[in-house]
Unconditional design. Structure first.
Length: 253
C-alpha cells in the first residue's frame, strides 16, 4: 500500500474521507451526530434512561442497556449490545463492518477503547465479547485481525490487546508501505488478564488462564495456567480442586 494514496487532495475530499471513517454514509453520519448532540452529554440516570430508549434508533440492543454520558460511538449500525451491558464514561467504540458485539451483563469501564479500524477490507476484523465480562479502565482493544473474548473474562486496568502488526522486513521501504499482518486474538472463558498486560497478535489464551500484571504475551497460553514476564513464560499450572462430597454423590451410599 502506498501511503500517499490515502492523503486527501482537497478540503472536500478530506471531509468525505473523515465522514466515511466515522459512519456508514453521509446520511447516517448526520443522524448519528444529531442524536449524540442531543443526548450523549446528559448525566445521571436521566441520561442513561433516555439513551437506553433513543440509541435504539442507531444501534442494536438486545435488552435494557446502560450507557453513561461521554461515551463516543462510531459506525453504530455495526454495534450490538447485550441485555444489561454497561458502557462507562469515556468509553470509545469504533466498529466498522463486522463490528463490535458485547454480551449480556458485560461491563466496559472508564476510558476503554474498542477499535475496529478496518479500511483494508480485512476478512476477520471484529471485537466480540461474551457474557458477564469486565473490560477494565483504559483498556485498548485493536480488532483488525479479530478479537474474540469468551464468557466471564476479566481484564484489569490498562490492558492492551493488539490484533494487528506491521511488516518490517525490508529496510529500503517505509514500514507504512510494507503492509500489516492481522491473525487475531482469542481469549477463552474465565480468563483473567492482569493490569498493564499486553496481548499481541496471533495469541490464544486458554480457558481459565491467568496473565500476570505487566506481562507481554507473544505465544499461546495453555488453559488453567499462569504466565508472566517479558516475554511471558509459564509460572505455574492452576490445579483443579479436589472434588467435594456433594460432587461425588456420597449421600447416595
Amino acid at each position: 500500500m502506498n501511503h500517499k494514496s490515502v492523503i486527501p487532495s482537497s478540503t472536500g475530499e478530506g471531509i468525505s474521507v473523515y465522514i466515511h471513517r466515522q459512519a456508514s454514509g453521509v446520511g447516517r453520519y448526520c443522524i448519528e451526530q444529531l442524536i449524540f448532540a442531543l443526548f450523549a452529554w446528559i448525566p445521571t440516570v436521566i441520561g442513561i434512561g433516555l439513551r437506553a430508549v433513543v440509541y435504539r434508533l442507531v444501534l442494536k440492543m438486545d435488552g435494557i442497556v446502560a450507557i453513561e454520558n461521554g461515551v463516543r460511538l462510531r459506525f453504530t449500525d455495526h454495534i450490538r449490545l447485550g441485555a444489561r451491558a454497561y458502557l462507562d464514561y469515556g468509553v470509545y467504540l469504533h466498529a466498522c463492518p463486522q463490528g463490535i458485539r458485547i454480551g449480556a451483563r458485560s461491563l466496559i469501564m472508564h476510558g476503554a477503547v474498542l477499535h475496529v479500524y478496518n479500511f483494508r477490507d480485512l476478512p476477520h476484523a471484529w471485537i466480540r465479547i461474551g457474557d458477564d465480562c469486565l473490560i477494565g479502565e483504559l483498556n485498548i482493544l485493536r480488532g483488525q485481525g479479530g478479537i474474540t473474548i469468551g464468557d466471564r473474562v476479566y481484564t484489569a486496568p490498562q490492558v492492551q490487546m493488539l490484533a494487528v502488526n506491521h511488516i518490517y522486513n525490508d529496510p529500503g521501504i517505509p514500514i507504512i508501505e510494507q503492509g500489516i499482518t492481522a491473525q487475531g486474538i482469542v481469549i477463552g472463558d474465565d480468563a483473567w488478564i492482569g493490569a498493564g498486560a499486553i496481548i499481541t497478535d496471533g495469541v490464544t489464551i486458554g480457558k481459565g488462564a491467568v496473565v500476570a500484571a505487566g506481562a507481554v504475551v507473544t505465544k499461546d497460553v495453555a488453559p488453567h495456567t499462569m504466565v508472566g514476564g517479558v516475554p511471558a513464560r509459564l509460572i505455574r499450572t492452576i490445579k483443579q480442586p479436589s472434588p467435594r462430597c456433594e460432587d461425588i454423590g456420597t449421600d447416595r451410599f
